[in-house]
Design a protein around this ligand. Structure first.
Ligand SMILES: [Zn+2]
Length: 330
């Protein structure tokens, strides 16, 4: 598997936090830490390490635990999900620790969770399921293979999109229908209920996935930490003065909302891109060939097509790239 951090740069890349020190967190499930306010309010879950090599989120969670911030209302639960994969992390082969047996972030339907499958990831998902099911708010922290600006993935609910815009960061907000290979955590249970099926007036559970930047880059950990603080501030778990004091200085700007129009799923193991796309590339003309799936050209379906997270290495049935268009600028 291709290394993403050349050896001479490895020393500048992030290292996972001391996971052993984060194992016991008062919930009775390893690597889950909870802070209770004792005051009514939302149940906020911040999730890191869906993928074992995406350590920016784990670093942000460790920072929050070390700060010992007691929420002013509701409760805050910090989850390190696929620790088994992260424990295998090797900075020279960062892609190899994405998962142990299967992708933790493709398991999130009751049919899969209640099915007869067994794997390291399924066991952990079944263990963590009650935590996610109880949550009113889920922030799921990830990072990307390519050097790409941070982006929020909202799934296809309007309430997640509204949350991303209310947070004001990151600049790119992407509504997407997910992957053919399985449902993501942000689509699990009540998080994925369509807006029109949620009880009127009630705050339906909402989940946001944030791709914080490139794997291993220190800036990704700052983005992850900033997202945690913004979510905690937005839902009133921390005071605005605390938010202002702790928020890392990051470049921001007007947000752009992208609707995913097509999900390109590889039909075999031989998918190649026509250029070295990094993500958020804009292809001006409809019909432009952007890659070849088993030798068949893949063309952009419309003008000003935005490429979302082109995969460096993709197998049959996996998402090669998502294609979208800008529908709003905030
Ligand atoms: Zn991920």
């Amino acid at each position: 598997m291709r290394d993403l951090v050349p050896p001479h740069e490895a020393s500048r890349a992030l290292s996972p936090p001391d996971l052993a020190s984060l194992r016991v967190g008062g919930v009775g499930i390893d690597y889950v830490t909870r802070f209770e306010s004792g005051v009514a309010g939302p149940d906020v879950v911040i999730n890191a390490l869906c993928h074992g090599n995406e350590i920016c989120g784990a670093i942000a969670v460790e920072r929050l635990i070390r700060l010992g911030l007691k929420p002013r209302r509701g409760r805050l639960t910090l989850v390190l999900a696929n620790v088994a994969a992260c424990l295998r992390f090797d900075p020279q082969r960062p892609l190899a620790s994405r998962y142990v047996e299967q992708d933790f972030n493709r398991l999130w339907s009751e049919a899969v969770l209640d099915g007869c499958g067994t794997s390291v990831e399924l066991r952990r998902a079944r263990e963590l399921r009650p935590i996610y099911r109880q949550a009113d708010v889920l922030l799921d922290l990830h990072s990307m293979t390519n050097p790409c600006e941070a982006l929020a993935l909202c799934g296809d609910t309007g309430r997640a999109r509204a949350l991303a815009l209310a947070l004001g960061f990151p600049r790119w907000v992407v509504s997407d229908p997910g992957h053919a290979a399985g449902r993501r955590l942000i689509e699990y249970g009540a998080f994925g209920i369509p807006d029109h099926e949620t009880p009127a007036g009630a705050g339906a559970p909402v989940a946001l996935l944030v791709e914080c930047g490139q794997h291993g880059q220190p800036a990704a950990a700052d983005v992850a930490f900033a997202m945690c603080l913004r979510v905690l501030g937005h839902f009133g778990l921390i005071a605005s003065s605390t938010l202002a004091r702790l928020l890392p200085p990051l470049a921001s700007g007007p947000q752009r909302v992208v609707d995913v129009t097509d999900v390109v799923t590889a039909s075999g193991d031989n998918f190649v891109f026509a250029a070295d796309y990094a993500g958020l590339d804009v292809v001006p003309r409809a019909g432009t060939i952007i890659g070849y799936d088993q030798g068949w050209p893949v063309r952009t379906p419309h003008d000003d097509c935005i490429l979302i997270m082109p995969a460096r290495r993709v197998r049959r049935g996996q998402t090669a790239v998502r294609l979208g268009r800008i529908v709003a600028c905030a």
